[in-house]
Design a protein around this ligand. Structure first.
Ligand code: ADP
Ligand code: MG
Length: 233
C-alpha cells in the first residue's frame, strides 16, 4: 500500500469572476511507506498547495487523494480530522508555536484531541522527544525565550508526538541560517532512520535534496521531473 497517492489532482483558485489561478495541475504522485521525499520548486510553484491537498486541508478541484489507502475526501469532516490528527504530523512554513505555552506544553498539545492516553505517558513521550531534539534544558521555556532554530526543534518534536505515519514539512528551514538548517535537517534524517516515518518535505532550495531518499521538482503547479534514487512510480 502507498502512503500517499495523488491521482490527477488539480486545484484552481477562483479570484473574482474572471481570474483563476491553477495552483496544482494534474498532479500524480506515489510515495511509499518509509520514503523521505523532497520536492523543490521556486516560490509560487505550488508546493504548499500540494502539501495542503495531501493533508486534506485544501479540497482538490479535481482528482483523488489517498493517504494510507484512504480516499480522504470520501470521509466525513470528523473522520478526516481524526485521520489527520492520528496519522499526519505537520511542520508549517510559518511560526506556529503558541506563545503562552512552554515547549513541553506545545509538544503535548496535539495529543489533547481524542487521545485516550494518560497525561503522564504523553508527558514522558513529549519530554523524550524534546530531549532527542536537544532541548532537555528548555522544557519549561516559552517560545520567546528560544532562538528560531530552537523553536523549530520544538515544532519538529510536536509534529512527531502522535507518532504519525506521515510527516509533512513545508519549508521547515527557510528562516534559519545554514548551520541551523543543517541541524534541523539532521533531525529529520535521524527521526526518519529511527522510526521509518514517511516524510514529504517541500523547499525552494535544492540544497536540501541530499537529505532525502528521492527528489522531485515542481514548476507552475506541476511535478516536472522524477529526480533520482528510488525513481518515480
Ligand atoms: N488561497 C489562495 N487563493 C488564491 N491563490 C492562491 C491561494 N493559495 C495559493 N495560491 C496561488 O497558487 C499558486 C501556488 O501557491 P503555493 O502553493 O503557495 O506555492 P509555493 O508554496 O510553492 O510558494 C500561487 O500562484 C499562489 O499565488
Ligand atoms: Mg509555500
Amino acid at each position: 500500500m502507498h502512503m500517499i497517492e495523488l491521482h490527477d489532482v488539480s486545484k484552481t483558485y477562483q479570484l473574482g469572476k474572471e481570474v483563476t489561478v491553477p495552483a496544482a495541475r494534474d498532479l500524480n504522485l506515489r510515495v511509499e511507506p518509509g520514503e523521505f521525499v523532497i520536492i523543490t520548486g521556486r516560490s509560487g510553484s505550488g508546493k504548499t498547495t500540494l502539501l495542503n491537498l495531501t493533508a486534506g486541508l485544501t479540497r482538490p478541484t479535481a482528482g483523488q487523494v489517498l493517504v494510507d489507502g484512504v480516499d480522504i475526501w470520501g470521509l466525513s469532516d470528523k473522520e478526516q480530522a481524526a485521520l489527520r490528527n492520528r496519522q499526519i504530523g505537520f511542520v508549517f512554513q510559518f511560526p506556529s508555536l503558541l506563545p503562552s505555552l512552554t515547549s513541553l506544553e506545545n509538544v503535548m498539545l496535539p495529543t489533547m484531541f481524542g487521545s485516550k492516553e494518560g497525561r503522564l505517558d504523553v508527558q514522558a513521550r513529549a519530554t523524550r522527544l524534546l530531549e532527542e531534539v536537544g532541548l532537555t534544558d528548555k522544557l519549561h521555556a516559552y517560545p520567546r525565550q528560544l532562538s528560531a532554530g530552537q523553536q523549530q526543534r520544538v515544532v519538529v518534536a510536536r509534529a512527531l508526538v502522535n507518532q504519525p505515519a506521515l510527516l509533512l514539512a513545508d519549508e521547515p528551514t527557510s528562516d534559519l541560517d545554514e548551520e541551523t538548517e543543517h541541524e534541523i535537517m539532521a533531525l529529520f534524517e535521524a527521526f526518519h532512520a529511527r522510526t521509518g516515518v514517511t516524510i514529504l518535505l517541500v523547499t525552494h532550495t535544492t540544497q536540501l535534496v541530499p537529505y532525502g531518499t528521492r527528489a522531485l521538482a515542481m514548476a507552475s503547479g506541476s511535478i516536472v521531473n522524477g529526480g533520482a534514487a528510488t525513481g518515480v512510480s
